[in-house]
Ligand binder design. Structure first.
Ligand code: FE
Length: 132
């Protein structure tokens, strides 16, 4: 297992913007069709906006029509940690960054080939490092 980051919530508040904090640390969800990446088609690597860990390649990004950036797979399975989420009267699977534990979004089983997965992410949880 790679090195993990453990910061106090006070430390996260100093690093993150208020809106980032609400999603990344309090499991908020940005409104659909409002984030900066849902329609983005630029090539590069999407990193965790909290700790910088590389999470998703633009090669795995597709237009899910949901208004959130969606990917059919992470860069590798060890980049994300999946957790059962029973909140809001739903049974979902939460996706968090494996390095810093920050909330990224949820994963669903209605994605495209080859994986059939839809990693439904919040734009604000991501930071695209564009391909040179
Ligand atoms: Fe992270």
């Amino acid at each position: 297992m790679a090195e993990t980051i453990n910061k106090s919530e006070e430390q996260w508040k100093e690093i993150l913007s208020r809106d980032q904090y609400i999603v990344l640390r309090q499991k908020g969800t940005e409104a659909p069709f409002t984030g900066k990446y849902y329609a983005n088609k630029e090539k590069g690597i999407y990193r965790c906006a909290a700790c910088g860990q590389e999470l998703f390649s633009s090669d795995a990004k597709y237009d899910s029509g949901t208004g959130w950036p969606s990917f059919f797979e992470p860069l590798s399975e060890d980049k994300v940690t999946l957790k059962p989420d029973h909140s809001h009267f739903m049974e979902r699977t939460e996706v968090v960054c494996s390095r810093c534990g920050s909330h990224l979004g949820h994963v669903f089983d209605d994605g495209p080939a080859p994986t059939g997965k839809r990693y439904c992410m919040n734009s604000i949880s991501l930071d695209l490092k564009k391909e040179e």
